[in-house]
Design a binder for this molecule. Structure first.
Ligand code: 5AD
Ligand code: SF4
Length: 484
């Protein structure tokens, strides 16, 4: 395991090892030496800032990148006025890309004031060749560009960048490699994301993820369990198992394991209190999983089940491989088996060819399933995906109008669902001091609803029973049981 490695014992005069993760330990040691020399020359510690765009996968990747920088001796900072700034980018929708270009202008002005500053870009957006062309042509001040498949090589790439005066670009189209045993710097001491698989094989026709994250690869169950056991030893009580499509976990392992079996193994870990996972594709959600969830003491009563559209015709064009009726039947089964389950979803409005009737089908599913909450998105054309060249792209004003109607319904329904637990006393994992009121703390119910209640920082990371006094739409005001 990484915590048994002493970087200062690594011989930097020797050739770098060929095998991973030993090669990266060598480069971490080398980076540490370079950082020390630079900070001595400057007379202050080198600072670094990682900004993360996008999903939970990226958030977890950033923890790993931060872990490497921390070991190398960088001082972590939230400010982009740092000696190293790394953007971990997202490209799932066009506005995510625009945000990054906007920020880059600002970074260029900072670099003029601090010429030694290193600007690095990684993540999904960098897996798009047009983006990298544009950066190489118009954003020459960027020092390092890498993608989603080689983040484990960050120490090596950064050393190469610090030792050269040109832009270093390292991008892989795909990989079958999973490198274990690298450090990570967690955002929360008491909860953590854990990757169980990488990539996606589904090729939903609107989605760029399979092109930028590559084919599905599952981690071995023993590696996952080992990582969670180490996290629990380090104070973690809640894990979120992460994958683009967790329900197809383990299918391509040498010794296949189902996701439900993996959950049962994770459940056995002593000291772990809560298990979450995301994302579930409706087409692969098995009865075995429902059974395991139903009988589990640790799996949270929350399922994120992206609908995308309620129209069978649109679902077909989206290549989702289920019909409206199949989705409704699945949701009904879930509600029947676990009445206290929270179901959340993702919905896209304005997919090419979506008619008012198709849209009405989406509204119908929302009314019937009664989502506890839903992320609603306006369809965004992603070059290279099949949907980008489909006919009948929906005009902006029509999409906007549908989006607003959907949002109004989603809000009504989720308010109604949130009310379900009013007056109950339920366990809450306390996450932070409340941002608006320092006399309150903020925590999360198993069903993912937020609860604010009077308390202090000593409660952070603890799971405690809270009386849910008043529902405020999408969150609760509560009281500690003893003050009731
Ligand atoms: N346009 C709009 N939303 C998209 N998503 C994925 N691709 C697109 C796109 N091209 C949404 C889906 C997915 C979520 C993570 O992002 O709803 O579930
Ligand atoms: Fe994209 Fe579909 Fe894969 Fe989700 S399942 S990442 S929407 S291709």
């Amino acid at each position: 395991m990484f915590n048994q490695i002493d970087l200062d014992q690594i011989d930097l005069n020797a050739e770098p090892p060929v095998n991973e993760p030993l090669r990266q330990y060598y480069y971490m040691a080398k980076l540490k030496k370079l950082v020390k020399e630079r900070s001595e020359a400057l007379g202050h510690p080198l600072s670094c800032c990682i900004k993360t765009f996008g999903c939970q996968m990226n958030a977890r990747d950033s923890e790993k990148l931060r872990g490497i920088l921390e070991i190398a001796g960088y001082k972590l900072s939230d400010s982009e006025e740092s000696d190293l700034v790394l953007y971990n980018t997202c490209t799932v929708r066009e506005n995510a890309n625009q945000k990054v270009y906007g920020h880059l202008g600002y970074l260029s002005s900072l670099k003029k004031k601090n010429p030694g500053m290193v600007i690095a870009l990684c993540g999904c957006m960098m897996q798009e060749p047009e983006v990298v062309d544009k950066i190489q042509k118009s954003y020459r001040f960027v020092d390092l560009v890498f993608g989603t498949h080689n983040i484990y090589k960050f120490a090596e790439l950064l050393v190469t960048s610090l030792e050269s005066h040109r832009m270093v670009v390292d991008l892989w189209k795909d990989t079958d490699k999973i490198v274990e045993d690298l450090p990570s710097e967690r955002t929360y001491s008491f909860k953590s994301g854990v990757n169980i698989m990488f990539g996606c094989n589904n090729f939903c026709s609107y989605c760029i993820v399979p092109y930028v994250r590559g084919r599905e690869r599952s981690r071995k169950p023993e590696d996952i369990i080992k990582e969670i056991e180490a996290l629990v030893k380090d104070g973690v009580v809640e894990v979120m198992l992460l994958g683009q499509n967790v329900n197809s976990y383990g299918k391509n392992l040498d010794e296949p394991v189902t996701f439900a079996q993996l959950l049962q193994m994770v459940e056995k870990i002593d000291g772990l209190e809560r298990i979450r996972f995301m994302t579930s594709h409706p087409k692969d959600l098995s009865d075995e999983l429902i059974e395991v969830m139903k009988h589990s003491k640790k799996i949270c009563r929350h399922l994120h089940l992206p609908l995308q559209s309620g129209s069978t015709a649109i679902l077909k064009k989206m290549n989702r491989k289920y019909t409206k009726e199949q989705y409704l039947a699945l949701a009904e089964k879930l509600r029947r088996e676990m009445p206290d389950l929270a179901i959340t979803t993702d919905i896209i409005v304005g997919f090419p060819g979506e008619t008012e009737e198709d849209f009405q089908e989406t509204l119908d599913v929302v009314s019937k399933v009664k989502y506890d909450s839903a992320f609603t998105f306006i369809y965004s054309k992603r070059t290279g995906t099949p949907a980008a060249v489909m006919e009948n792209q929906v005009p902006d004003d029509v999409v906007k109008d549908r989006f607003n109607r959907l949002l109004a319904l989603v809000q009504d329904v989720s308010k109604e669902m949130s009310l379900r637990v009013q007056g109950q006393t339920l366990p809450v994992l306390v996450e932070s001091i409340n941002e608006q009121d320092p006399d309150l703390v903020t925590g999360r119910l198993g069903n993912n609803l937020l609860v604010h209640f009077p308390g202090g920082s000593e409660l952070i990371g603890k799971i405690i029973d809270v009386y849910l006094k008043e529902c405020k739409g999408f969150y609760y005001l509560g009281e500690l049981e003893e003050h009731k």
